[in-house]
Design a protein. Sequence first.
Length: 90
Amino acid sequence: MPRPDDASTSMLERFSETECERETLGAFLEWLRERGIQLAVWRNDEHLHPAHRPHSELVAEFLGIDLDQLEQERRALLERLVSGGADSRG
């Protein structure tokens, strides 16, 4: 399996390859939330503060998925599909 930091691996491929892991991690984070367990971050004032990041962002970052690049690739693929469809109607 390609490594997450392998530049030749597209984000669409990486996203697809990690479906099971994403679902498992997302379910675990939801399980924590249901039990009142929050993720927290240290701030400069030396106190913990709730981490206000969507679970999907945390999971993607952990798995080496760049969500901005993923969205760009999705849009590019859609554009190719739409353009290809227009050419074939010709």
